[in-house]
Ligand binder design. Structure first.
Ligand SMILES: Cc1ncc(COP(=O)(O)O)c(C=O)c1O
Length: 379
């Protein structure tokens, strides 16, 4: 059996970044300001500049970024938050933390992102359950921007505020505008496997509203007032480590080039596979970060057999997501949009993600494409 290829090759990126990256981390170790050191503020300034927003607040993870956004807006029991069901659990988890209810919406089969017709139905489902719809969390799944201008208009029409969960899509753009400034706040994750990842957990919120800066900073450090021992809000310990901010500062320098390389990899996959499977297409005006390259197998294809065939050829695959949230034990009791979420259910049985990273050599990628074509021919 051939050696297994990496699904994401973080060591290739590390080799490219070389000694500068290690030096930046060592500088933090030597400097001793491990919590809220100078790299944290520098990282926040750089991320805000990159996203084109006035403000950025780093935090301990993408999950904490989402939670801080909901906390600062005072979400509470009786409130409903619309969100897609085809996403990672964190999107809905944070809503439930605050005693509010996620209301699950279906997604589009082509982009895997929120379907606004389903969101309109979800408003009625929420009200029928005695809940007050307050917000909508859009998700830019697999790095592809959700239809954010349309979602903003929907939110404005229905009195909702918008949180963009760009955990997988920091760096993506829509109509020439980077994600980060759509809606009231945008959350992102720097989990190592994300397109912009650090060497541990990390996350950030970007936003333009000056009024959010002070309460978000306070919530991030136990609801502090004049200091940590003056507690004026219920907060959390949600800071991002200085050393992780140093890593992000280094990785940001090559991020644009990496996004372009990911786009090339995606183009090569599409060329090699479009006649056999549904390949993801980028909507006009959008640039994806390709956090995942996710194909949709033809109806009836045995996905496990497809994955086993690729595994035999040394090609790892993954399924994001094998069960939509409204079908998960912890979330099944929350409301779901009117007629359920048939698209998400269908996708959850047919999607499979292929290795994706900016350092995938064409020859290696051809091997993956050949293996996928062989598998589909054999099934
Ligand atoms: C869509 C989405 N939201 C939120 C998160 C949470 O981010 P983190 O793992 O940094 O807490 C993730 C991470 O996988 C994600 O994919």
């Amino acid at each position: 059996m051939p050696d297994m290829l990496p699904f994401i090759d973080l060591q290739a990126q590390r080799a490219r970044l070389g000694a500068d990256l290690e030096e930046a981390m060592l500088k933090v170790v030597r400097g001793g300001q491990y919590i809220l050191g100078p790299e944290v503020e520098a990282c926040e300034r750089a991320l805000a500049a990159f996203a084109g927003t006035k403000h950025c607040l780093t935090c301990a993870s993408g999950t904490d970024a989402l939670a801080l956004a909901l906390m600062v807006k005072g979400l509470r029991t009786g409130d409903a938050v619309l969100c897609p069901t085809f996403t990672f659990a964190a999107t809905a988890e944070v809503v439930a933390w605050l005693g509010a209810a996620p209301v699950f919406c279906d997604v589009e089969s082509t982009t895997f992102n929120l379907d606004l017709d389903s969101a309109a139905q979800a408003l009625s489902s929420a009200r029928a359950a005695g809940l007050e719809p307050k917000a909508l969390i859009a998700v830019d799944l697999f790095g592809h921007p959700a239809p954010l201008p349309e979602i903003e208009a929907f939110c404005a029409a229905h009195g909702l505020w918008l949180l963009d969960d760009a955990a997988q899509a920091f760096g993506a753009s829509l109509d020439g505008r980077r994600l980060g400034g759509f809606g009231t706040m945008t959350a992102t994750s720097f989990f190592p496997a994300k397109p912009l990842g650090c060497y541990g957990d990390g996350g950030a919120l970007t936003f333009d509203d000056d009024g959010l800066v002070e309460p978000l900073r306070s919530l991030r450090v136990h609801g502090q007032g004049t200091d940590k021992y003056d507690n004026i809000r219920i907060g959390m310990n949600g800071r991002m480590d200085t050393v992780q901010c140093a890593v992000i500062l280094e990785k940001l320098k090559i991020f644009d080039a990496e996004i372009a390389a990911r786009d090339e990899v995606a183009g090569r996959y599409a060329e090699g596979l479009f006649d056999l499977v549904h390949v993801p297409r980028v909507r006009k005006g959008c640039m994806s970060t390709w956090a995942q390259y996710t194909i949709t197998l033809p109806k009836g294809t045995n996905r496990e057999a497809f994955q086993a065939h690729l595994r035999e050829a040394g090609v790892p695959t993954a399924v994001y997501y094998g069960r939509p949230l409204h079908r998960q034990t912890a979330y099944a009791h929350y409301p779901t949009a009117g007629n359920g979420c048939p698209v998400a259910e269908d996708l959850s049985r047919r999607v499979v993600s292929l290795p994706m990273h900016p350092y995938l050599e064409p020859a290696v990628q051809d091997r993956i494409i050949d293996a996928a074509r062989d598998a589909l021919g054999a099934l």
